[in-house]
Design a protein around this ligand. Structure first.
Ligand SMILES: CC(C)(COP(=O)(O)OP(=O)(O)OC[C@H]1O[C@@H](n2cnc3c(N)ncnc32)[C@H](O)[C@@H]1OP(=O)(O)O)[C@@H](O)C(=O)NCCC(=O)NCCS
Length: 401
């Protein structure tokens, strides 16, 4: 328990859940679904939550869940997935978020998770707490039936429309195979599947109807809706373990009748535009960050992942929020890293938020150096560092939280 300016931060009590939900509805301006009420507590345990209290009023909340996250190279690490961060409008900018975060990160540090991850509502807040955007996704829109596949594009087939019962059996197993290959993707609790995919109330929501396309190595969760005389098929989630599954699923999606537009989110290097004769038809309508990452333990985080090339570098990492910074020697041979504190002179200086951004291989060191966020004496060392940190597979967020 910690107190500042009359505000106390303490663990939440089970009976405070309705008040926490009200605080979140107010803070985020949206009402949770009946499935959120039913399954949400099994995903994020209220007894793990922290609340800020002013007298008898609950004025702030933050919670987390320990997740298993895949890192470049295919290993996994434990990460604290932070969620539900909110402060009531009457108490904003009095340091309540800072007090909640201080307590939450003290706990995460004591539990020993090497990373914290979350989805930021705004871009200017979380750098000061050591977080950087670490995964991005591209929004695309494709007019129905306009895209033609190249003659060289395989047509493996094997996709069927599945019932809810079939999807309940098949999707979690395929997802699990996919997330073990994909940097940034987390294990997904069964209650989250119920809450956001399989609950009866989700099958018809906000005017859309949900369908499932299944291939032995992939699936699509598809939401179709008619609005303003336009029929839209929204790819809520596409997971493909193999290239065959990816192309087989997209062949069905791009050939559906009576669909004006197919909307989807892709990772930066998704091959979809290059499977069709006119890549411009996969029209990019936006690009945004998804997962934000904070490194809690530099040696543990940096030795968990693998690297694209050998590297010898001394990093000076600045962490104004916690004490995870310092000077570290990072040595990589054949993809395997050793990392320890050192008193050698640093080659590169960077904030811990930048290290978080680089961690999953999507954001590039050379770009941060160009933005004066990495200081490098020797361009050759910067180049080696930049190349070593890239991934051989795009990082993707497994599920939103
Ligand atoms: C975002 C939110 C939690 C901030 O809470 P708060 O108690 O007002 O924040 P604090 O007073 O503790 O501010 C902490 C620091 O962040 C800064 N900050 C807070 N909100 C900010 C914003 N929207 N933009 C830029 N900086 C911001 C403060 O200036 C302060 O900086 P400093 O400590 O370095 O001087 C609150 O505005 C909120 O509930 N918003 C709606 C829901 C939401 O977006 N939640 C976040 C989900 S990821």
């Amino acid at each position: 328990m910690a107190s500042t300016n009359g505000i106390t931060v303490r663990s939440a009590r089970a009976e405070e859940r309705p008040e926490v939900i009200r605080l979140q509805d107010m803070g985020f301006g949206m009402r949770g679904s009946p499935a959120d009420a039913e399954f949400g507590p099994q995903v994020f345990d209220i007894e793990r939550a922290l609340v800020a209290v002013d007298g008898d009023r609950l004025v702030g909340h933050a919670n987390d869940r320990v997740m298993t996250v895949t890192v470049p190279g295919g290993n996994t690490v434990q990460a604290s997935g932070v969620t539900g961060v909110v402060v009531t409008p009457t108490h904003r900018r009095r340091g309540i978020l800072r007090a909640l975060y201080t307590e939450l990160h003290r706990r995460i540090e004591s539990e020993g998770q090497p990373l914290t991850i979350f989805y930021a509502s705004e871009g200017a807040i979380y750098g000061r707490f050591g977080y950087g955007p670490s995964i991005a996704e591209v929004d695309v829109s494709i007019q129905g039936r306009t895209a033609e596949f190249r003659s060289t594009t395989p047509d493996p087939g094997g996709v069927r429309v599945a019932s809810l019962t079939e999807a309940e059996l098949a999707l979690p197993e395929i997802y699990d195979r996919w997330r073990r290959l994909t940097p940034g993707a987390q294990d997904r609790p069964e209650a989250r599947w119920r809450q956001r995919v399989f609950a009866e109330s989700i099958q018809h929501q906000d005017g859309a109807v949900q369908f499932f396309l299944i291939h032995p190595d992939g699936y699509v969760i598809l939401r179709r809706a008619w609005a303003d005389n336009k029929n839209t098929a929204t790819v809520h989630e596409l997971r493909a373990v193999t290239a065959e599954a990816h192309v087989a699923l997209w062949r069905v999606l791009l050939s559906m009748d009576l669909v004006h537009t197919v909307e989807a989110n892709l990772s930066d290097n998704d091959p979809l535009p290059y499977l069709v004769t006119d890549p411009r038809l996969v029209r990019v309508t936006g690009r945004h960050d998804t997962l934000w990452t904070r490194v809690m333990d530099v040696p543990a985080a940096l030795t968990a992942r693998s690297y694209q090339q050998d590297l010898d570098v001394v990093l000076s990492v600045d962490d104004p929020f916690r004490n995870a910074g310092g000077v570290f020697a990072l040595r990589v041979r054949d993809g395997v890293a050793e990392c320890e504190r050192t008193d050698r002179t640093p080659d590169l200086e960077l904030g811990i938020d930048v290290l978080g951004s680089l961690y999953f291989g999507t954001y590039r060191a050379r770009v941060y150096a160009a933005a004066n966020r990495i200081q490098a004496k020797d361009p050759a060392v910067l180049r080696a560092f930049d190349e070593a940190f890239t991934g051989d597979r795009d990082a993707e967020l497994g599920w939103f939280f």
